[in-house]
Design a protein around this ligand. Sequence first.
Ligand code: WQD
Length: 319
Amino acid sequence: MTILITGGLGYIGSHISKIANEKVVIIDNQSNSQLNYKKKLPNAEVFIEDLKYKNVCKIFKNYNIDTVIHLAGLKSVNDSIISPLEYYSNNIISSVELLQAMIKFKINKLIFSSSATVYGNKNKSPLKEDFLTQSINPYGHTKIIIEDIIQNCCASYSNFSAISLRYFNPIGAHSDGSLGDRPKGRPLNLMPLIVDSVFGKKLTVFGNDYPTADGTCLRDYIHVMDLAEAHLICLKNLNNIKYDTFNVGLGMGISVLELIKTFENANKVKVNFEFGERRLGDAAISYADTSKFKNRFNWSPKYNYKSMCRDSWSQNKNN
Ligand code: WQD
């Protein structure tokens, strides 16, 4: 079986590419990846191109693709607020062009990279898949729109089936240290910034006056290896699903401060941080109800917070 991974050179895509048993074809424009893929993903066929209809058709003409894992897209909440039209254009139009090519070549199986951001900041955790989605930023709105587009494709095209995976917060890295969360430019997510703080770039904790035990925000982090594994499980089970959405998280929240302490204890290092103002749009508490995925596929994440912190550090300290 051959799979196409859009955005396969990114943090999550590269981990899926590395552990997939299937032959992997990747299309990625490297807008947010500096991965030396020839060295780190030697078995993957890589096309450095934009996710455009004609580029995808070329791949479908030359490879017998069975399933598409669609990760490509802009993913910064902050940037989406600054440049909403860039996000609507890039994320939605490229997804529609991918779908048009899939329908044309009768490629009927899709796994979509959605996000916990679709729950907004009013839903009460633990967050369930049947909760109302709520767009509080253009990035999250694109995920809601693309989920709906895919669901409508499943309804309209009789053989088309798909799963939308709502990722919580992926952190960690493959134990061999070859891959990691190293976006182009300054990272915005917490874990890469915790790592950088050990090297002296002070981390600002956004708010310590939230209604939580220690005043800092609670999030649900999942090891990127567990997240990659969850995709392979969906790959195996997509024949029996028409359309469905699943949360993929640990199902257990941890505060920013607790994660900092876990990181320090796991790695015997000091995180250099200070408290600052709250960040606009942050939910105080956000963590997953993971029972739907567990009950449907009889699978739960294997890695705990200590191993997530250990693997995040061991991957980055060498870089
Ligand atoms: C986590 C916590 C911050 C940086 C986002 C997207 C989500 C997904 C993951 C793409 C929050 C705090 C952070 C800092 C801090 N991305 N923090 N200081 O916002 O939960 O989720 O990234 O799919 O869709 O919404 O992740 O890592 O930005 O923040 O205190 O310098 O760390 O306030 O509580 P977030 P994050």
